[in-house]
Design a protein around this ligand. Structure first.
Ligand SMILES: [Zn+2]
Length: 156
């Protein structure tokens, strides 16, 4: 079953799904194609590879918005903005990860650290990136035995 199919509130206008009823969001129907049309072949390939690595972890929803693409498992855990030479990714990770590729790290609270990095080609998705993606997915899905419930609740 696709994530959020039964337990989530569905916005009647755009069909977006959230755990919280009437959650504020960027409402509207958008398509993936125009967001990817700005990408060079390398950046577009990096995006396709990113989605395929995400899906190796389990079901996700890929949600195009006006200027970004959001990834959702049970909760939202990442986003991409597309550019010509690269895509800019953000992933919510349970711990601070020291890696020079992170351009920005924003801490929202204990066990909630948004890490921002760029991908230029599919080769940029190395073993470390695959590991970050796995951690972000786990944090945002219901199958996360390694996350204490008190922290996990903050993602809802
Ligand atoms: Zn909506």
């Amino acid at each position: 079953m696709a994530p959020g199919r039964s337990t989530h509130w569905k916005c009647p206008k755009c069909g977006d799904r959230f755990l919280a009823v009437n959650r504020r969001h960027s409402c509207g129907k958008f398509k993936l194609e125009p967001l990817l049309a700005v990408c060079d072949p390398g950046a577009a390939a990096a995006f396709r590879k990113l989605v395929s690595v995400l899906r190796e972890n389990g079901p996700i929803r890929v949600i195009p918005k006006k200027s970004m693409i959001i990834f959702q498992a049970t909760r939202r855990f990442g986003a991409v903005t597309t550019g010509k030479a690269r895509i800019r990714c953000s992933l919510m990770l349970p711990r601070l990860v020291p890696d020079p590729r992170f351009e920005r790290i924003h801490t929202f609270g204990p066990g909630r650290h948004e890490h921002v990095f760029g991908l230029r080609t599919e080769a940029d998705l190395d073993a470390s990136v695959v590991e970050w993606i796995r951690d972000a997915y786990r944090l945002a899905s219901d199958a996360r035995p390694d996350i204490p419930p008190a922290i996990a609740r903050r993602y809802r």
